[in-house]
Design a binder for this molecule. Structure first.
Ligand code: MN
Length: 333
């Protein structure tokens, strides 16, 4: 068997998907398996840089970016014809392309985590004991109420699984950009060892939890409120979590956290059920020279600094159209 390259996202869902695939390819006799952490905007360049036609390519938890659809089509065609290409994802499909039309083995389903989809694809090779690894990834992406997850959870002690998933997610959140460490976590999980058994991960998870608690109180004191959304700028910690706390403490249907980076604001957004952030952002962001998208209730955007105010106003007005019956029940702090 030749080279196998795994392209995965660096969060818990991506790390778990990678670890399941790593175990499978090792069982199949692969001695040269490499792990590359990537993201939607970097997928095409990373594919071209790290894989050669003829390799076995496995991609999981990476959305297809509208900006690179032609390149993606061409690369998938080349890699699947000359070698093997498997693409597993659960992000909403891009405008103008049905993932199923791409060449290669394509598994695309927005109702489950990439971890669940990867496990189910390789289930016969992995065996049932690896289902717990997949559960960590599903919980990490908040996709823990699918029929498969509810069914499989019955084979495990739920409290232990959630504890281990918590260690993994919190530990990885506290290890951003530490790709060698994340590769080590992939190796560890590929042997079905417990996340809590990796002391470095456990310590990082504990530190992350202390930081989260500080972040939560910071957001409760610093959240600004507009008519339909709450937001914070430059929170001292994870943007995603700050956005969630901004939603909760503002009592509005949408929470947003922004951080300046070069000429842009990187923005994380969280919404209550009934709002489709992915749709909203794909529309609003391009109107003001930005990009945006993600999941219906958890998404991100990149907006030029001088248009940030305009972005907030546009978003605030657009949400007015939504029914606000499901409004967060927690009162404004
Ligand atoms: Mn995911």
């Amino acid at each position: 068997m030749g080279r196998t390259i795994l392209f995965v996202h660096g969060d818990s869902d991506g790390v778990v998907s990678g670890s399941l695939a790593l175990h499978v390819y090792r069982l199949k006799g692969s001695t040269d398996v490499r792990i590359v952490f990537t993201h939607p905007a970097g997928l095409t360049s990373d594919l071209a840089e790290f894989a050669c036609p003829g390799d076995t390519v496995f991609i999981a938890d990476i959305a297809l970016s509208e900006a690179h659809l032609d390149e993606i089509e061409a690369l998938f065609k080349e890699y699947s014809r000359r070698g093997t290409l498997i693409y597993i994802d659960h992000h909403p499909e891009p405008l103008g392309l049905k993932p199923g039309d791409l060449e290669g083995i394509i598994i695309h389903d927005t109702s489950a985590s990439a971890s669940e989809l990867t496990y189910r694809y390789f289930e016969e090779i992995l065996g049932w004991e690896y289902s717990r690894v997949a559960l960590y990834g599903a919980i990490g992406d908040y996709l823990d109420t699918t029929p498969w997850v509810l069914d499989v959870l019955r084979n495990w002690d739920k409290r232990t699984i959630y504890f281990e998933a918590g260690v993994l997610c919190q530990g990885l959140e506290g290890s951003r950009r530490m790709y060698d460490f994340k590769r080590h976590v992939v190796e560890h999980l590929s042997m079905n060892k417990l996340p809590s058994g990796l002391s470095e991960l456990l310590v990082r998870a504990l530190i992350e939890s202390v930081n989260d608690e500080e972040l939560r109180t910071w957001v409760s004191r610093n959240a600004h409120t507009m008519e339909n959304l709450g937001y914070v700028v430059s929170p001292p910690g994870s943007l995603g979590k700050a956005a969630l706390y901004a939603r909760i403490y503002s009592g509005k249907p949408i929470g947003l956290a922004a951080q300046r980076h070069r000429g842009f604001y990187n923005i994380s957004i969280r919404a209550i059920k009934g709002i489709d952030l992915n749709k909203l952002l794909r529309d609003i962001a391009v109107r003001i020279e930005g990009t945006g998208g993600g999941h219906p209730q958890a998404a991100g955007a990149r907006i030029p600094i001088h248009r940030f105010r305009e972005f907030l106003t546009l978003l605030d007005r657009t949400i007015q159209k939504y029914d606000k019956v499901g409004k967060s029940s927690i009162a404004t702090a």
